[in-house]
Design a protein. Sequence first.
Length: 179
Amino acid sequence: MSPKPYEQLSTKEVYRSPYWSIHLDTYMRPDGQVGDYHYPDLRDSVVVIPVRSDGQVVLVEQFRYLVQAMRIEFPGGGRKADQSPEDAARAELIEETGYEAISLEHLVRMDTVNGTAKGYADVFLARLGEQGEQQLEPTEEITLKTYTPKEFEAKIAGGEIGDSFTLAAWALARSRNLI
């Protein structure tokens, strides 16, 4: 027997920023109980697995304010409302790494954190051409890192890579033997 969905009785936006909003929904469970659900509604995003012609993967290292630490992760970011996932992936790749994609393969559209927030991330595999200049936003300070797949997996095993998008994207690409 499959679970029955909750019925949304109302929804209200209680806060909005340029990047996300907070919502309060009132819902009814299948058993008739009524409850409230508070959640952030995130702007959809993209994650790009960049692979150079020599097989090395390109990652970005940057300071992440919420964890107060430097993090190594795949490039990515929020999508503008009028931007396709592919266009956003290409833009983020150039912005954060300076690389243009020779080819871009959509791997999956995944939930960001489906128990606590509403939003999706599209994951792409990019085969890279020549590197140009990074086009960083004023708030970004990004250092590029390149690893062979074996070196990168050693970093994962050693606990040096903790970004959930990066880990999920890598697991998917490896499970499909794309890298």
